[in-house]
Write a protein that binds this ligand. Structure first.
Ligand SMILES: Nc1ncnc2c1ncn2[C@@H]1O[C@H](COP(=O)(O)OP(=O)(O)O)[C@@H](O)[C@H]1O
Ligand SMILES: [Mg+2]
Length: 344
């Protein structure tokens, strides 16, 4: 649904050059919620602004729903109308809502439809329908100043949906909101994604946001995507920073008389049965030191740190059992590198 290829953005101001995007290849599938995470200055906003051509990329291409927007933008003023139309099919939600304070809630939602030349009656019908969809049917005549932050963002979302987009872009839509309101806005985005088949590309600096609603995620650093994939793919990638941040496990791994193992579940094996099977089969006591599990697409994914009694050498067989179940196993501390390589 969204593909960028070699996307590059260099800002030039007062003789200085800043490379905000450095050859970004992004692939967002139709119907998924895709999270881009990264620290401030990583290039997240530049990426999203280049995806809908609010910002002209310096190089590279952006394709949305099969249409090459960069080619449209490059064809001069006459392509302007086509580009505007293409962009109206891409909804955008902002951190600070960007509502017009002099307009009612309904008139804010109607704004994109006015620009598209939709008739007054149709605009009104559509705006009320959208306000109903985001749970604000009773606020149509209110002004933005009379709304809470969460309500303002709901208006922002309704407005973003006015052009009947296939794609919704969200730049830190929940950063200005408290945790409870954040949850309700994320839930709304998830519901819209499911109900309308809307593809959502969201930018955040919060892992929790990614964890609660994203199917896939990418980590950005210094204008580049350094890791990306579905949540299960990330978990299946040894050493994935994103997976470690999404599913942090802790628990002391030191000591001679015990073997501490991180078990990663990608959704293929059920957690509980595997651990109890292990305990029963080898008649050993297993302690769970820490776990970070979640349900993604009805499957359990995440990590668990467990402790087996005895040194690594005494646990080669039980560890082999776990690996045979298709689980990714990382032995902390004492596993000899050779054995580890051989077992994988
Ligand atoms: N309009 C601009 N002019 C000059 N530099 C900019 C502009 N917008 C962003 N930058 C710079 O580009 C880099 C990436 O910024 P941005 O895309 O906003 O990152 P993020 O959203 O991840 O915080 C930063 O170094 C920022 O200072
Ligand atoms: Mg930003």
């Amino acid at each position: 649904m969204i593909t960028t290829s070699g996307l590059t953005k260099v800002y030039r101001s007062r003789g200085r050059e800043v490379t905000a995007l450095d050859g970004v290849d992004l692939h967002v599938r139709e119907g998924e919620v895709y999270g881009v995470i990264g620290q401030s200055g990583a290039g997240k906003s530049s990426l999203i602004r280049c995806v809908n051509l609010l910002e002209r990329p310096t190089a590279g291409t952006v394709t949305v729903a099969g249409q090459d927007l960069t080619a449209l933008a490059g064809r001069g003023p006459r392509a302007g109308r086509e580009l505007r139309q293409a962009r109206s099919r891409i909804g955008m939600v902002f951190q600070h809502f960007n509502l017009l304070s002099s307009r009612t809630v309904q008139d804010n939602v109607e704004l994109p439809l006015e620009i598209l030349g939709t008739s007054g009656k149709e605009r009104s019908r559509r705006a009320l329908e959208l306000l109903d969809l985001v749970g604000l049917a009773d606020k149509a005549k209110a002004y933005p100043a009379q709304l809470s932050g969460g309500q303002k963002q709901r208006v922002g979302i309704a407005r973003a949906l006015a052009g009947d987009p296939k794609v919704l872009l969200s730049d830190e839509a929940t950063s200005a909101l408290d945790p409870e309101t954040t949850r309700s806005i994320l839930q709304l985005l998830r519901d819209l994604n499911r109900q309308l088949g809307l593809t959502v590309l969201l930018i955040t600096h919060e892992m929790d946001v990614v964890k609660s609603i994203c199917d896939s995620a990418a980590l950005m650093e210094k204008g580049r995507i350094v890791e990306s994939g579905t949540v299960s793919e990330l978990l299946a990638t040894p050493g994935s920073e994103l997976a470690a941040a999404l599913f942090p496990v802790s628990g002391d791994a030191s000591g001679d008389d015990r073997t501490v193992v991180d078990v990663t579940f990608h959704g293929d094996a059920a957690t509980q049965p595997v651990i109890s099977q292990l305990a029963r089969t080898y008649n050993i006591d297993i302690s769970i030191l820490g776990a970070a599990m979640d349900t993604v697409g009805g499957k359990q994914v995440g990590r668990m740190r467990i402790e087996l009694p005895g040194r690594y050498e005494e646990n080669v067989v039980p560890i082999g059992f776990l690996r045979e179940k298709g689980l990714q196993i990382d032995v902390l501390g004492q596993e000899p590198a050779l054995v580890k390589a051989g077992a994988k």
